[in-house]
Design a protein around this ligand. Structure first.
Ligand code: ZN
Ligand code: ZN
Length: 421
């Protein structure tokens, strides 16, 4: 570099520095400088030591909900086939009155829920739209994981009946408890039986806009969905004059058109375009078109529903959202709908008030631990029988001396004795 060029560069840098310094020092930056601030990312940094509270990311556990605000978090937006980037269906609704509800808890979704680091005692109410595993497959993880890490009471599950007793939610949860009997018996003996209980509230799948939950100013209603067989339902949550609809899995229904008419937010399933089911999901064309349009909702049908409902915000989930699919998906929806739309993916967050709806992404940890809540752990039941026989215990190699020595500091700090007896 010549001396002349170096001099010109230095002069340019000095001028740039002086200009920037000047503008940063004024309280009314001009438009050009505003673009250079963080405002372009949805927030504004006003001081080098300050914060940008309105950025388009949501950091869990850092934001107080307003008394009239709903925070909706997509903890699963994908399909039954497992993928690390998107779990199966699950939406968490957090209300400004402190209530939290899970709408479906599909396979893989528990890792996303856990990444929000919400105390387990606050995650006890689950509404299940239907009994496909991609809508309730991670109930086991919430049930057992929450039991080991601080939930003090039972879970409560609301779910539909079926055309026969063996197709209903009560039958499914009874079967769940039988399947996980060994898990239940051992944890009940070692921890406490109480958090391992599941209370089932089965409601009639044929109910049309019927109230299935009403407490603390919150109303949840159900109406039939058409998907694979009788039983699936669509759900709505009403609170403080706002209404959120969650379709579950369904073809378009007249019921949704009727009962979601006045909704603020409609979360509706949508399958990938049939050509993408062939290309990416290895489905034969006949099956692809039947799956997308026959017992689910395909993108143009999703668009049609939303154009009829005209919600304040539409959310499209139940598809693999990636470069390969999202343009076909978007064009399919937009062929029939031009209103507000979120192409959902996992960890998308919406803050909903009567005034505005904001979409952001949650930035949460891959290495979450459970966090304690205000509750106290359930007391162990001294009468619950040990699940060991004397025969198996005879096989234990005695390491108690090493354990006692190696945990000396712990025992002193917490005033516990090991071996205890
Ligand atoms: Zn399904
Ligand atoms: Zn599904």
């Amino acid at each position: 570099m010549t001396k002349r060029k170096l001099a010109i560069m230095c002069a340019a840098l000095l001028i740039a520095g002086a200009v920037t310094g000047y503008y940063l020092g004024t309280s009314k930056p001009d438009k050009v400088l505003q673009l250079a601030t963080a405002e372009a990312a949805g927030g504004k940094v006003t001081s080098p030591t300050g914060t940008a509270p309105d950025r388009y990311v949501y950091y869990p556990g850092t934001e107080e909900l307003k008394p009239d605000e709903i925070r909706l978090i997509a903890c699963g937006t994908g399909l039954p086939a497992a993928r690390r980037g998107q779990a199966a269906s699950c939406f968490l609704m957090e209300l400004g009155n402190g209530d939290k509800f899970l709408f479906d808890i599909g396979s893989g979704s528990m890792a996303n829920i856990a990444s929000l680091m919400i105390p387990m005692d606050m995650l006890t109410k689950i509404f299940i739209s239907h009994l496909h595993t991609d809508h309730w497959g991670d109930l086991a993880s919430l049930w057992a994981g929450g039991w080991t890490s601080g939930r003090s009471g039972p879970l409560e599950v609301w779910g539909p009946s079926g055309a026969r007793e063996d197709m209903g939610t009560k039958y499914a949860i009874d079967g769940f408890m039988r399947t996980y009997n060994w898990d239940y018996m051992t944890r009940a003996a070692l921890i406490s039986p109480v958090p391992g209980t599941i209370e089932v509230h089965e409601f009639d799948y044929k109910g049309e806009n019927e109230i299935i939950y009403q407490e603390n100013g919150v109303i949840v209603r159900s109406w039939p969905a058409i998907h694979g067989g009788d039983g699936p339902v669509s759900l709505s949550l009403e609170w403080k004059g706002m209404k959120i609809v969650y379709s579950g899995d369904t073809t378009p229904t007249k019921w949704t058109l009727k009962y979601a008419k006045d909704a603020d937010v409609v979360i509706h399933e949508v399958m990938p375009m049939p050509q993408d089911m062939v290309k990416f999901y290895n489905q034969p064309p006949e099956r692809a078109i039947r799956a997308t349009c026959g017992f689910h909702t395909c993108p143009p049908a999703f668009g049609k529903i939303m154009s009829k409902l005209q919600p304040r915000h539409a959310i499209a989930f139940h598809w693999f959202n990636e470069e390969g699919t999202r343009y076909n998906q978007y064009d399919g929806i937009r062929s029939a709908y031009d209103g507000p739309l979120s192409m959902a993916t996992d960890m998308m967050v919406w803050n909903i008030t009567k005034e505005e709806i904001i979409e952001r992404m949650a930035v949460s940890t891959d290495d979450a631990w459970d966090v304690p809540g205000p509750g106290k752990p359930s007391a162990p039941d001294p009468n619950f029988p040990s699940q060991y026989t004397q025969w198996i215990l005879k096989g234990r190699y005695d390491t108690t001396k090493a354990e006692s020595l190696g945990t000396k500091e712990f025992q002193e700090e917490f005033g516990v004795k090991w071996p205890s007896k």
